[in-house]
Design a protein around this ligand. Structure first.
Ligand code: FUB
Ligand code: ZN
Length: 624
């Protein structure tokens, strides 16, 4: 059984949602770009990640907690969260691709989790036996509630995907326990690592139990008091109350998950203070503190946001989890406002900051995502701190749920890919459509209306911000130019009606704000939704870091069907900087820039880098 609720966020009862996301069961992606990734995710990523969880003791930790196994807890104290994220990914996968073996495997893992739950509802496999006395003694650092948040999200996804309640009942028992400990009038408590806030809102949406929403709100508002619950540490977002926050600070994943929680509460309750803060924080992200890829959290130190414009390229931390958190937050903002700018950031981040996090074969991962490298940074099969791999898995497994939304009388198309959708518009009317596209390689997208009955609605297709404008033609008629945003077409739609959207796919050469010091005198390359980079393997015989663009550079797209699962590369005449004369020295008297030589460069999509032999790479090229 697969429910008609969106697996990630279900807004069907939300009072302040402008849009309702489509359910996973309503959307089928059969696209050349995404399909291999979904298949890899299901057939390779999810089984390989289960093996990692099993062989690294992550599942045994639950067996130990339930007394079935002896020995020490294995790994990092928040390792439970990896099993939960894996379970969430597996649940999404069951919603789109039912598989009895995976279903039974997941049930067996859920049983281990259930057996580890304490009679009072407590559940964390680290704080057992000799550590039982330390429960809730260090909420700032020990991630007890963070792990619980991932459990809750997994349980809700499992419930929506399968209709079963074996996981959901564990989550409810745990959150009832939290309500008894941290609920109104009880101990003020929240986690040093946000995550439970949005999970509690989702559990409320799934059960309609108001206690969970009340607890989410209490936890959202626990920060920023005087004295602070975490010594007013900005790293933990305890420097100010959420409603007074204007800058993204501290640990990036934490702050972005906090914003997800804030958006979720704002979707359920009248909270102008939250909405204003969310807007200010979103500006901090998009106008001052994120990379051109959408990646966020530039500092290695504390895995944190830097100051405004502190966006180094080779030292970009840009954790994959932070990009995922940004996609999740922007998806929530999109539904809170109905505004395309949030879908723009979501798309950009998805293609250019999340996707690099996973190898093309679906079993290796980046934790950090530098925008320039000498060839040492390679994806790994797993990490001691393995937050990123199962996070990518859960996002990719739920991807069809990000494509469409509905409103009372409208269908919104956020993302483009060959796909079909069977949607229920707000007033209960069924609306079916298909997309035919070769996106992100080609900008022509054809929508075809599929349902037999005539339906009067407004079709709102997103014209991405990167496009500026697009041409739209209905039923082969004259094309109209429409600006970026959701292009609204209102009519009585009938089977066979078509809409053709043509997005401009010219290569764009972009510059950054002058105060991003590392990008001074440099430019980046975008074509459509994708940011490009130059990689050594395509540019042999030269130092990749010497490859430059000139004001005359014109890059042309060339389809390479056999390269990197089929990509469009960009080729064109750039230049090569002359870096000779530097042997044996680091500094010299200033010499006006040396000669350059013409050089025909090849650029590939940034998400695809480091999938071949190791070598240098850069996204921001010097302008010669
Ligand atoms: O602390 C839990 C997760 O591990 C964080 O979200 C990541 O940044 C990594 O530190
Ligand atoms: Zn991570």
């Amino acid at each position: 059984m697969s429910s008609r609720k969106n697996p990630v966020i279900d807004l069907s009862h939300s009072r302040y949602a402008k849009l309702q996301p489509a359910a996973l069961s309503e959307v089928t992606l059969n696209d050349d770009f995404w399909q291999p990734r979904r298949v890899i995710n299901r057939d390779k990523t999810i089984p390989a990640q289960y093996t990692q969880c099993a062989t690294t003791g992550r599942i045994d930790n639950f067996r130990r907690a339930s007394g079935k196994m002896q020995g020490d807890f294995q790994g990092i104290f928040f390792n439970d969260s990896d099993v939960y994220k894996w379970a969430e990914a597996a649940s999404f996968s069951l919603a789109t691709d039912p598989d009895s073996e995976l279903d039974s495997l997941l049930d067996s893992v859920i049983q281990e989790i259930a057996d580890a739950q304490q009679p009072d509802g407590y559940l964390n496999s680290y704080f057992m036996f000799e550590r039982e006395k330390d429960r809730y003694s260090n909420l700032k650092d020990m991630h007890e509630l963070y792990c619980a948040g991932h459990l809750v999200q997994a349980a809700v996804a499992h419930h929506r995907a399968t209709g079963k309640t074996n996981f959901l009942s564990i989550a409810c028992k745990l959150c009832d326990h939290f309500y008894n400990v941290f609920g109104p009038g009880k101990r003020a408590g929240t986690c040093g690592h946000e995550e439970l806030e949005m999970a509690l809102v989702e559990l409320y949406r799934d059960t309609q139990n108001e206690n969970y929403l009340a607890l989410a709100e209490l936890m959202m508002d626990a920060r920023g008091k005087r004295p602070g619950i975490f010594q007013n540490s900005a790293y933990h977002q305890d420097h100010l109350p959420f409603t007074e926050q204007t800058d993204l600070v501290g640990h990036a994943v934490r702050h972005l998950y906090y914003c997800c929680g804030g958006a979720d509460v704002a979707l359920e309750k009248d909270s102008a203070g939250y909405v204003n803060a969310l807007e200010a924080l979103w500006k901090s992200l998009t106008k001052r503190r994120s990379y051109i890829t959408g990646g966020a959290g530039s500092r290695y130190e504390g895995e944190s946001f830097g100051k405004d414009y502190e966006l180094p390229n080779d030292r970009a931390y840009t954790e994959t989890c932070a990009a995922i958190a940004s996609v999740m937050w922007n998806f929530r903002m999109l539904h809170l406002t109905g505004e395309a700018r949030f879908a723009d950031v979501m798309e950009n981040t998805l293609y250019n900051a999340v996707l690099p996090g996973i190898s093309l074969d679906g079993v290796q991962y980046f934790y950090e995502n530098p925008l320039a490298d000498r060839g040492e940074h390679r994806r790994q099969e797993w990490f001691g701190c393995a937050c990123c791999p199962p996070n990518v898995a859960r996002l990719l497994a739920s991807l069809p749920g990000y494509f469409y939304s509905v409103a009372q009388d409208s269908v919104y198309i956020h993302l483009y890919a060959t796909s079909s959708a069977r949607l229920t518009v707000g007033n209960g009317t069924e609306f079916r459509l298909s997309q035919s596209a070769n996106y992100p390689w080609d900008g022509v997208i054809t929508l075809t209306i599929e349902q037999d009955t005539e339906v009067a609605i407004t079709l709102r297709s997103r014209i991405p911000g990167w496009a500026g404008s697009a041409k739209i033609a209905v039923n082969g008629g004259e094309a109209e130019t429409v600006p970026a945003g959701y292009a609204a077409l209102t009519r009585v739609w009938k089977a066979g009606d078509t809409v053709q959207i043509s997005l401009p796919m010219e290569v764009q050469i972009l510059e950054g704000h002058p105060q991003i010091l590392g990008n001074r005198g440099r430019a980046a390359i975008r074509r459509g939704a994708l940011i490009y980079c130059v990689e050594a393997v395509d540019n042999s015989g030269v130092d990749t870091w010497d490859i430059a663009l000139t004001s005359d550079t014109r890059l042309s797209p060339v389809l390479e069907p056999n390269l990197l699962n089929g990509i469009v590369v960009l080729k064109g005449e750039g230049a090569l900087l002359d870096s000779s004369g530097w042997e044996g020295r680091l500094y010299r008297a200033y010499t006006p820039s040396g000669e350059t030589t013409p050089y025909t460069l090849t650029a590939v999509p940034y998400y695809s880098w480091a999938n071949r032999e190791a070598g240098a790479m850069q996204v921001w090229l010097p302008m010669a």
